[in-house]
Design a protein. Structure first.
Length: 237
């Protein structure tokens, strides 16, 4: 299959974590880890671009051995290393909105998912909550401007200015690169903004239908199994 456009090699690769490097049970694909290390060894930095928190992404970045910055919480947190942090939103509104939703929607758990402990710019409810009820209730709340985005692992309540694409744009400018240098890999609706930004996008096998439709290419391999053949093609250029 045609993994890349002719006569082009990315200078930066941005990858989602949940559902992309991991399977539906959140197990990390070890062949993907090996492939990303090969990219780094070839001088192509890898950016983790995730809805997950900075703490989770940092641990993964460190143990894989990546050099690129991190885009976390769907672009709400951009981290370049050490104390070089860009916080693009305050998650207080999102947390208050979820507490309010719990008073309006019977049974809704405002504490949400475990990683909310470390969230800085948004708040996440459990993916099995009633998305339609949440969206409708927010429109009649003091926070009608907040976005509601469901991925395979959570419902993100967030500032509408936030997106992975906007966070990656910050990264590109800081690194002196542009969108034509960027390849992205993802699986869920919150990846669509980075697909729209990048020169080339890859949807992993098992991705949401709308993500497959938006991708430059769709992998025939599920989740993290995408990375070995993709990286081999990049390094063969």
């Amino acid at each position: 299959m045609r993994w890349l456009p002719d006569a082009w090699t990315p200078r930066l690769v941005a990858v989602d974590i949940d559902g992309t490097l991991t399977d539906e049970r959140k197990r990390l694909d070890l062949t993907a880890v090996s492939a990303l290390r090969d990219l780094e060894d070839a001088g192509i930095p890898v950016v983790l671009c995730t809805g997950n928190t900075r703490a989770i992404a940092y641990g993964l970045r460190r143990f894989i051995g990546l050099s690129g910055p991190m885009v976390c919480e769907n672009g709400g947190v951009v981290w370049f290393g050490d104390d070089d942090l860009v916080l693009r939103a305050d998650g207080t509104e999102a947390r208050e909105a979820c507490d309010w939703l719990a008073s309006r929607i019977k049974g809704l758990d405002p504490l949400g998912i475990t990683t909310n402990t470390w969230r800085e710019s948004e708040w996440c409810l459990k993916t099995e909550e009633d998305l339609e009820a949440i969206t409708e209730a927010l429109q009649a709340s003091p926070w009608p401007h907040l976005d509601v985005v469901r991925t395979g692992f959570a419902i993100h309540i967030m500032d509408p200015a936030l997106s992975k694409g906007a966070g990656l744009d910050v990264v590109l400018k800081r690194m002196g690169l542009d969108a034509d240098d960027l390849l992205v890999v993802g699986d869920a609706p919150n990846d669509l903004s980075m697909f729209a930004l990048a020169r080339w996008s890859v949807a992993v096998g098992g991705a949401f239908p709308e993500v497959m439709a938006a991708a430059s290419v769709v992998s025939p391999h599920m989740h993290g199994a995408t990375f070995r053949p993709l990286v081999d093609e990049i390094l063969a250029r």
